[in-house]
Each structure stands twice: as structure tokens, then as C-alpha cells.
Write a protein that binds this ligand. Structure first.
Ligand code: EPZ
Length: 418
């Protein structure tokens, strides 16, 4: 059990070097087993989900090691095509190994993935697309058995731009005969990052960042080096914390464009924001104004992963804010906990109405999921007295040394692990 202890009321000031992106690293780790090659990755965050992906790679026969923020993978020895249930349950991204295994081994045996409980998270789009590429898939209770004597390139239309399904198709299609075209693809920066890696690995992939991605043939490459992009959600979280606490923080090493929608609302809330190449400087007086309407949408819209932390930043903002969640059916799990701090939030279906209160009061909270837990920390930083967030390890799935990074900016926070 992790217990995050926060004493609120401190301004945040200083420079924050933003960690590498979890959601960009995970599909790249799965992609690293596509070809018998060695990969060296830089800027990989040290997180529980990354550790789970490395354990899957080792189970499949790869050498896979992390030292600080560097990862080395040797995928020449892949010898297995099944992933045990226990490893699958550790995170949602384990499902991306389905496309990678099909491509490398022609077979994949696994079970439905774990991950944050944000409502129904089916994988029907993944399975339908892989079937269209020629995979035979049988679902037997908790086991998913995929086989593909031959994968055939084809044109696929995704009815919703699912991030994971787009990644799975990209990986499987690298082994298909002929060209695969994905229409209605997700356009998130993590998809472009995966394309960049696949191109280095020798695959002909283009179009990422648009709704049409084309995957073609491969030339042989034996060794590649790749740097993971900065995490736009961690950057958004620190920006929301600084906005709510007041102060002046510079986020370094980021791609400002990747979280411009979050910055837009922080500006609307009263923050000064200066963007310079790969850094964002945010200054806040601490008392924000209500914003809205905020509506989560697939990229380039407002990211669902930043919704809980923006909500936390607005709890003491003057006036009313309205946030509508359209991606996940159950992503307001942080709300009952935030209300225990004294927040005034009313849920109406998929919308949350927040009326800013004068003060929040520290208490004991339970982290419900990764971003919900991060939101409780942001709220705790602005509450009077001590807030304790009891957490089964959700927050460390996505935030590397979060307590140390916030302490470096002047926050009073510590993490006790039992
Ligand atoms: C990725 O999840 C991210 N995870 C999530 O971040 C993020 O919230 C999400 O994309 C949306 O941006 C990783 O990259 C590891 P989706 P993913 O497939 O791929 C429905 C975090 O906090 N859907 O785009 O699972 C689904 O139920 C995490 O870091 C189907 O109906 O997201 C959801 O409502 C949480 N059928 C919506 O689409 C399918 O086959 C978006 O899911 C697939 C998805």
C-alpha cells in the first residue's frame, strides 16, 4: 500500500523536467519484439506498467532490462507466443502484444487485459480489425486464441478512433502481405511516436497523426536507438497543480502542442502561459476562475486522461466550471473523494458541474485509479491541513518519482510504502 501524505498551501516554483511518456513507451516496448533486432530506448519512465511490459517481453524469450531511464531489448530469442493471465491483468497495454505476437509468431494466446476500471473497456474493435487482416480468433472463456497462417493487408475502417486498436493493427499489419490502410485511426501523439519507432525498425509506415495510416513492407535493421517523447499527461498534471497552488513553474523537454487544449483552459482560468520551443512557463496567482464547457474528445480534443486533474485544479476557482466526459463511461470516480475534501461537485450523467469553494480541508482519501489518484494529490496540495491518499499503487503506474518532483517545486508531500 502507498500512502501519499500532503500538507497543502504551498506555492509551486521552479523547473520541472517532464518524464518520458508511459503511453508512448508501452506500445514501443510491444513493437520491439516484432523483428529479431536489438533496441535501446532512452527516456523511458520507471513505472509499474513499464516493469510489467518488460516482464512480458522476458516471458516471451526476449532480453529486456531497464537501468534508470534506459531500456535495452534483444528480441532475437522470442520463443513463446502466450502470455499468462497474471501478466495480462497488470495493465491495459498488455493487449497490444496481441498484434505484435501475431506478426512475429503467427499466433497469440492471451486473456483480456487489466488496467484502470473506467467502465466497460471492450476490445471488440481490436479483434474485428485483426480478423479483417486474416487472423482466426477464438474466445474461450478467459482465453483468446489468435492464429494467422498468413496476414493479408487490407483497408480497415475504425468506427471509433481507439488508441489501442490503432496500435494493435499497426503492429499486426507489419507482417501482412501487401499494404494495410487504417481509416478512422486515432491521431494521438503516441501513435506518431509508435510510427517513428516502426520506421526506425525498418517498416514502411506513414500517415500517423492523421486519420489514415498506411503500413507496408520492411527492410532489415538489426540495432536501433530511440528516445521516448515527454509525457503530455504528466506535464498537464504538473501544470494543473501549479495553476491551483499558485506560483511559477517551467515545464521542460515537452511538446507544448501535445497538451495545448489543457493549457488553453488553464489560460482561461487566469494563468499566464508562455510557450518557447520545448518549454512551457506557467504563472498563477493561485485563485483561478471557473472554465468551460470542457469536453473530453479523441486527440486533438481535450484528453480524457487530463480531465480528473483539471477538475482538481478548479475546485477553488471563482464561479462555475462544467466538464463533460465522452470517452469513458465511468471516469468520474474521483468525484466522491474530492467531495470529502469539501468540493462542491454535482454529477449529471456524463457531466460534472463544479462550483468553486473558498477552502478545502485535508482528510483521508482512497485513490480510485491512476489519473483519479493524481487528481486527489493535486487537490490535496491546495487543501488546508493534511491529506492522506491511500493508494494500491495506481499513481506509481503512471507518475515517476511524483513526490520528489513535486517536493522539488516546493510542495510538502511524501510517499510512504508499506
Ligand atoms: C489509451 O487507452 C490510453 N492508454 C488511456 O490512458 C487513454 O485514456 C485512452 O487511450 C484514450 O485516450 C494507453 O495508451 C496505455 P481507447 P485505450 O481504445 O487504448 C472504447 C491512462 O490513464 N473501445 O482509445 O484503452 C473504450 O471502451 C490511460 O494513462 C471500445 O469500445 O483507449 C473507451 O470508451 C487510461 N472497443 C474508448 O473506446 C475497443 O475495442 C477509448 O478507448 C476499444 C476501445
Amino acid at each position: 500500500m502507498d500512502i501519499w501524505r500532503i500538507r497543502g498551501g504551498h506555492r509551486l516554483t521552479g523547473v520541472c523536467f517532464v518524464q518520458g511518456s508511459k503511453n508512448a513507451s508501452l506500445p514501443i516496448l510491444a513493437a520491439s519484439m516484432l523483428a529479431p533486432a536489438e533496441t535501446e530506448l532512452q527516456n523511458v519512465p520507471q513505472l509499474k506498467d513499464i516493469d510489467a511490459a518488460l516482464r512480458i517481453l522476458r516471458h516471451l524469450g526476449c532480453e529486456a532490462e531497464q537501468r534508470e531511464n534506459e531500456v535495452y531489448i534483444d528480441a532475437r530469442g522470442v520463443s513463446r507466443c502466450f502470455i499468462p493471465h497474471k501478466l495480462m491483468l497488470e495493465m491495459r497495454s498488455s493487449v497490444i502484444f496481441m498484434g505484435a505476437l501475431l506478426a512475429r509468431c503467427g499466433e497469440a494466446r492471451l486473456s483480456p487485459p487489466g488496467g484502470c476500471q473506467l467502465g466497460k473497456r471492450p476490445i471488440d474493435l481490436h479483434l474485428a480489425a485483426l480478423r479483417q487482416l486474416g487472423a482466426q480468433i477464438e474466445e474461450d472463456g478467459d482465453e483468446i486464441l489468435c492464429r494467422a497462417g498468413r496476414l493479408r493487408g487490407t483497408e480497415l475502417l475504425l468506427p471509433f478512433p481507439s488508441v489501442g486498436a490503432t496500435e494493435n493493427i499497426m503492429l499486426a499489419a507489419t507482417a501482412a502481405e501487401g499494404e494495410t490502410v487504417i481509416r478512422g485511426a486515432a491521431r494521438e501523439p503516441e501513435i506518431t511516436a509508435l510510427q517513428d519507432y516502426l520506421v526506425k525498425l525498418g517498416f514502411a509506415v506513414s500517415g500517423a497523426g492523421t486519420e489514415r495510416i498506411v503500413i507496408g513492407g520492411r527492410r532489415r535493421v538489426e540495432h536501433i536507438e530511440h528516445r521516448v517523447l515527454a509525457d503530455r499527461i504528466v506535464a498537464s498534471t504538473v501544470a494543473c497543480a501549479a495553476a491551483a497552488c499558485g506560483g511559477s513553474v517551467e515545464l521542460r523537454g515537452v511538446e507544448p502542442e501535445h497538451f495545448s487544449t489543457v493549457l488553453h483552459f488553464l489560460k482561461q482560468a487566469g494563468c499566464d502561459i508562455i510557450i518557447k520551443n520545448r518549454s512551457v512557463w506557467l504563472r498563477s496567482g493561485g485563485r483561478l476562475y471557473g472554465v468551460g464547457p470542457v469536453r473530453t474528445e479523441p486527440y486533438p480534443g481535450f484528453p480524457t486522461d487530463a480531465q480528473p486533474v483539471l477538475m482538481a485544479a478548479l475546485l477553488k476557482a471563482r464561479g462555475r466550471s462544467v466538464i463533460t466526459e465522452t470517452i469513458f463511461e465511468n471516469r468520474f470516480r474521483q468525484v466522491p473523494e474530492l467531495k470529502r475534501l469539501g468540493a462542491d461537485i454535482t454529477l449529471r450523467g456524463q457531466s460534472a458541474e463544479i462550483w468553486g469553494v473558498d477552502s478545502l480541508h485535508g482528510t483521508v482519501l482512497n485513490a480510485t485509479d491512476l489519473r483519479g489518484g493524481a487528481a486527489m494529490i493535486v487537490a490535496g496540495l491546495t487543501a488546508e491541513g493534511e491529506t492522506q491518499v491511500f493508494d494500491e499503487g495506481h499513481i506509481r503506474r503512471g507518475y515517476e518519482r511524483f513526490d520528489a518532483r513535486l517536493r522539488a517545486l516546493g510542495a510538502d508531500i511524501c510517499l510512504d510504502q508499506y
